[in-house]
Design a protein around this ligand. Structure first.
Ligand SMILES: Nc1ncnc2c1ncn2[C@@H]1O[C@H](COP(=O)(O)OP(=O)(O)O)[C@@H](O)[C@H]1O
Ligand SMILES: [Mg+2]
Length: 496
């Protein structure tokens, strides 16, 4: 900035100097013109009368001007009339016929200014003169010339002084401006620097430091705005910390409550499982004896030929069998939940498994007028896994397929890769929506669980099947679309 101000001052000084010099040169030149023309006027009579005495007076007056070096009066034919002072050696006497005042010669040291000496013409205007436009010829006549050599020394002197003055003023201005700027900027930047420092410190330490509100109004305003912001931030941080602390306390209380609730639920669940296991066991014994005695009664009734009672006894046996199945399912579930279910490994021959499934499922399929087919694409003769459980899983899935399909087809496809065997149970029944597929593996969940539902069941088959498959380190998946049938796939490792 100071450099800019200095440059500007130098430019202004130079321009001012040039302007003032030009003006003073014009004034001096005008002065020289006036002196020369005055000499010419005063010399008219002297030249007309040829009296040097008169001319000498005019010359003396001219010499009174300090800058006049020499002067010369010449006649119309350029011959000297009177000379005063020494003509410079390099200047020849002018023989130039001129009609107005002119600079004849200009050097670094002087101007040679020449003007015509004119007298009023006395003769009456002749005919040719009447139409002349030139004023000189109407009433005036050139009778000689006046020359003045005017020194530029005073001009130089004046110019030098002006330059010195301008330079002094310039230097003074630059100095004063620099001092003012320095103090002004310091006053401006010092508080700004302090605010910047405080900001940096706040950033580094994370504290909410306040700035001093000093300096110019705008800086004062900046500091005050920053301080307000810091105060608000501090308050907000305090609120946040308080809120967080409260939340932490609440979370720890809730966590403790949850842990207690979970422990209570776990104990309750364990009690429930134990109770269910005991109860199922206790229920199974009387049901099994009902079924056993029922069979005996049927045999006796057959011997007696009482066929009406045999029908009723059949119903008793079937319902007892259903009850036993349900109790078995509950027992399985209870055992699984109590973690008491073990895997019993044995060799299973795939062909034998397929034949036994076909025998069991075919009559079930026929009930709803469905066809049942097994596609045996499995290249393995046997696998090692829990026979009872794999059979129960497949029976569950196939009996579901028979239950939820009418006048359709049911397929069991058995295949394998290097490590797993796959059982794919596909039907053309009522199918399942995407949403339904998500919960059908949960215990006691059925798509239609209303009292007026069409399909009987407990909603335990798929839940138990999934647990069994997981126990055998396998997976059970479903793909289906509503009214487009369903496909359940069980994959289990060939060897446990
Ligand atoms: N093949 C299938 N087609 C359509 N829905 C099925 C099929 N298999 C199972 N489901 C649905 O899944 C539910 C649960 O099946 P499951 O656990 O075997 O119980 P349950 O057979 O006792 O109802 C069934 O109630 C039924 O809504
Ligand atoms: Mg079922």
């Amino acid at each position: 900035m100071i450099f800019g101000v200095t440059l500007m001052t130098i430019i202004i000084s130079v321009v001012t100097t040039i302007g003032v010099n030009f003006q003073s040169q014009q004034i001096m030149l005008n002065n020289a013109y006036q002196i020369t023309e005055g000499l010419a006027k005063q010399a008219v009579f002297s030249i007309l009368s040829g009296s040097e005495q008169n001319a000498q007076e005019a010359m003396d007056q001219v010499q009174g001007f300090q800058s006049v070096v020499s002067a010369r009066l010449s006649l119309d034919n350029h011959n000297d009339f009177l000379i005063m002072g020494d003509y410079p050696a390099d200047t020849e006497k002018s023989t130039l016929a001129i009609k107005t005042t002119q600079i004849i010669k200009e050097t670094n040291d002087y101007w040679l200014i020449k003007t015509p000496v004119k007298a009023l013409a006395q003769s009456s205007p002749s005919e040719e003169d009447e139409f002349e436009l030139d004023s000189d010829l109407i009433g005036e006549q050139n009778i000689g010339y006046a020359e003045v050599i005017y020194s530029k020394e005073k001009l130089r002197e004046a110019q030098r002084q002006i330059a010195v003055l301008v330079a002094i003023v310039g230097i003074l201005s630059v100095s004063i401006l620099s001092i003012v700027l320095r103090f002004g900027l310091l006053r401006l930047f010092k508080p700004l620097g302090m605010i910047a420092n405080i900001m940096k410190q706040s950033q580094n330490t994370g504290e909410h430091l306040l700035a001093r509100e000093i300096g110019a109004k705008e800086i004062h305003d900046i500091a005050s705005a920053y301080n307000n912001m810091m105060t608000v931030l501090k308050q907000q941080e305090y609120d946040l910390v308080t809120h967080r602390d409260q939340l932490e306390i609440e979370v720890s209380i809730r966590t403790r409550e949850l842990v207690e609730a979970r422990d209570a639920a776990l104990i309750a669940s364990q009690h429930k499982s134990e109770f269910m296991a005991n109860m199922s066991h206790e229920l199974r014994t009387p049901i099994q004896s009902i079924i056993g005695y029922g069979e005996l009664v049927v045999e006796e009734l057959e011997l007696e030929g009482n066929f009406d009672l045999i029908d009723d006894m059949d119903k008793i046996s079937k319902n007892s069998q259903r009850l036993l199945n349900m109790i078995n399912s509950l027992l399985d579930l209870a055992k699984i939940e109590a973690g008491k279910l073990d895997i019993k490994l044995s060799e299973i021959f795939i062909d034998e498994l397929a034949v036994s499934l076909l025998d069991t499922i075919e009559p079930l399929a026929k009930k709803n007028n469905n066809s049942f087919k097994i596609n045996q694409g499995c290249s393995l003769p046997k696998i090692t896994t829990d026979q009872e459980k794999i059979e129960q899983v497949l029976l569950n899935l196939l009996s579901n397929a028979c239950k939820f399909t009418e006048n359709g087809e049911i397929y069991l496809t058995i295949s394998n890769d290097n490590s797993h065997i796959f059982f794919e149970i596909r039907d053309t029944g009522i199918g399942l929506s995407e949403k339904q597929q998500h919960y059908i593996f949960d215990e006691f969940r059925q798509v239609d669980s209303s009292h007026s539902r069409k399909f009987s069941g407990t909603g335990l088959g798929l839940a138990i099947s999934q647990r069994f498959v997981e126990l055998m380190k396998g997976k059970i998946t479903v793909t289906s679309e509503l009214n487009q049938g369903a496909t359940f796939t069980v994959s289990i490792p060939c060897n446990q």
